[in-house]
Each structure stands twice: as structure tokens, then as C-alpha cells.
Design a protein around this ligand. Structure first.
Ligand code: C2E
Ligand code: CA
Ligand code: CA
Ligand code: CA
Length: 274
């Protein structure tokens, strides 16, 4: 194979699964995305049930490629997550997120961390160093992690979360209800809130099961003294149902899509009226 390496490589290439080729292209493109200035963040407001003011924003990553236009984070984050690329992206996201806080009256920024980032060596030290460098109070930073990040190595994760919370960071458990965490076990973790996965909010008006799951997550959160954020809220009917259910925070297109910084700055001053 080495002797006629090129021919073999070409054959291999042609026979290669389209998926693998795409994956390689994305990896290659991502590794240059930061220096090419192709990445940006958009911000989606998180609204308090009481008073309906904007208490924070979730930062969401966007990649607009020179050659192929925008690529969804649902596509490129899992690919980045398979290598150390996720750390480079994650560090960029965190630094950008911290920088925008200076311009907001009091809101927090909610930042997504993938399981690999969360398990990175010295995660706590690194994140602390970033906030100190930026001169930000840790309580203005919410760390969003998923169940997968914490249940695989629960003891270590519990320890990490405990340290982060001691330092003042807020911790949100994202996509809650989609993993296989035992509800009982979440007591082990130092959390501030649960984010109910969009799929349950979406199903609320149609299926009794979804409404029941939403209601039980809200009960669970309350009984553990946690906030509960509903994500993917799109309709007035959902807003009303979630407020009645006692959900403490709402987020979704009904209030605002994720928006560019200039618009987020305006929204930061706004109070929603329903
Ligand atoms: P996620 O953390 O669960 O984020 C919520 C997703 O739902 C976002 O998609 C958001 O734009 C979308 N969304 C918000 N409100 C609504 C709504 O009312 N209706 C509908 N249909 N969708 C809504 P997005 O921005 O495409 O992000 C997809 C996923 O990519 C995120 O899911 C998160 O897992 C990941 N991601 C995005 N940015 C980052 C990042 O900076 N770091 C990491 N590690 N992951 C990220
Ligand atoms: Ca999230
Ligand atoms: Ca989510
Ligand atoms: Ca999600």
C-alpha cells in the first residue's frame, strides 16, 4: 500500500463513506474557523416567571463558513467533541461570553459546556482563571451541562460541581428529562436549576404525557429548592401553562430567538408584558 500510496489513497477516498468525508471537512474547517473569524455568538434571553424580566442570556455558538454558509452547532459540536478541538472552541466561547457581561445591567450569561470540556483536566481552575482575568463575579456565569457529562463518573462530577458552586458559579442541568439519570440521584449534585428539554415543552399541548413530565420536573425542582427553566417556549398557551405549573423561568422563540449582541443589549433593558 505504501508503494502506490496515492492510488490506494484515491481509491479509498472514492469508496469512503460520505459521512466520514463530511466529518473530515468539518474538522478541517473548524480548526481554522477561529482565526478566519467565522465564529460568533448569539444570545437568547431567559425570563423570570415573576415580573417577566430578563435575568440572563444563553450564549449559543454560530459558525458561518466562507465556503458553505452557516453550519448548525448540532452538527459541528458533536464532531468537535470527539477531539481536543472542543477545548479551543470552548475557550473562545467562554472568553467572548465573559466580555459581553460588561455591557449588561445585571444579567448572567449561561454558557454550554460539553461533557469533554467538563471532564478536562483542571476544568475548575481554568474557568476560575478566565473569570478572574475578565474581572467578572462568578455568580454572573451559569454553567450548562447535560446529564451525560455528570452521570458517567458521578463522584468526580459531584466534586467538580461542588467546587464550582462554592466559588459562586450557577449550575444548570441542560436537556433535563432526556437522559437516564435517576431522579433520586440528582440530589448528589450541587445544582441551581434544571432546564426542561424542549421536546417536553413542544409536546405539552398535544400529549398528556409531556404535560405530566413537565409538571413532575417542576415539582422535583421545587422540592429540591432548584429553579426550573423551560426551554423552547413558542406559544402563549405554553407560557400560560408553564406559569400555572410553577415553572420559575422561561426561554424560547415566544420571547426572542437567539440574537446578535446589539439586539441583546436592547433586550437586556426590556420587561416582557403578557
Ligand atoms: P441547547 O443547549 O439545548 O440549546 C437550545 C437550542 O434550542 C438552541 O439551538 C436554540 O437556538 C434552540 N431554541 C431556543 N428556543 C427555541 C424555540 O422556541 N424553538 C425551537 N425550535 N428551538 C429553540 P442551537 O443554537 O442550534 O444549538 C444546538 C445545540 O448545540 C445546543 O443545544 C447545544 O447543545 C449546542 N451548542 C450551541 N452552542 C454551544 C456552545 O457554545 N458550546 C457547546 N458545548 N455546545 C453548544
Ligand atoms: Ca443549553
Ligand atoms: Ca437544552
Ligand atoms: Ca438540546
Amino acid at each position: 500500500a505504501k508503494r502506490d500510496g496515492r492510488g490506494v489513497a484515491r481509491l479509498f477516498d472514492e469508496g469512503m463513506d460520505e459521512n466520514i468525508r463530511l466529518r473530515r471537512a468539518i474538522e478541517g474547517g473548524l480548526s481554522l474557523a477561529i482565526e478566519k473569524g467565522e465564529l460568533s455568538l448569539v444570545y437568547q434571553p431567559i425570563i423570570a416567571r415573576e415580573g417577566l424580566e430578563v435575568v440572563g442570556f444563553e450564549a449559543l455558538l454560530r459558525w458561518n463558513t466562507e465556503d458553505h454558509g452557516p453550519i448548525s452547532p448540532a452538527v459541528f459540536i458533536p464532531i468537535a467533541e470527539e477531539s481536543n478541538l472542543i477545548h479551543e472552541l470552548g475557550d473562545w466561547v467562554l472568553d467572548q461570553s465573559l466580555a459581553v457581561l460588561q455591557g449588561w445591567p445585571g444579567q448572567y450569561i449561561s454558557v454550554n459546556f460539553s461533557p469533554r470540556q467538563f471532564r478536562r483536566h483542571n476544568f475548575v481552575g481554568r474557568i476560575m482563571e478566565s473569570v478572574q482575568r475578565a474581572g467578572i463575579e462568578p455568580n454572573r456565569v451559569q454553567i450548562e451541562i447535560t446529564e451525560t457529562a455528570i452521570f458517567d463518573d458521578a463522584d468526580r462530577a459531584a466534586d467538580t460541581l461542588y467546587k464550582l458552586r462554592q466559588m459562586g458559579f450557577r449550575i444548570a442541568l441542560d436537556d433535563f428529562g432526556t437522559g437516564y439519570s435517576s431522579l433520586y440521584n440528582i440530589r448528589k449534585f450541587a445544582l441551581d436549576c434544571l432546564k426542561i428539554d424542549r421536546s417536553f415543552i413542544d409536546g405539552m399541548g398535544r400529549e398528556r404525557e409531556s404535560a405530566a413530565i413537565v409538571q413532575s420536573i417542576v415539582h422535583l425542582g421545587r422540592s429540591l429548592g432548584l429553579g426550573v427553566i423551560a426551554e423552547g417556549v413558542e406559544t402563549e398557551a405554553q407560557v400560560q401553562a408553564l406559569r400555572v405549573a410553577g415553572c420559575s423561568h422561561l426561554q424560547g422563540y415566544y420571547f426572542s430567538r437567539p440574537v446578535a449582541l446589539e439586539i441583546a443589549n436592547e433586550i437586556a433593558e426590556r420587561r416582557y408584558l403578557i
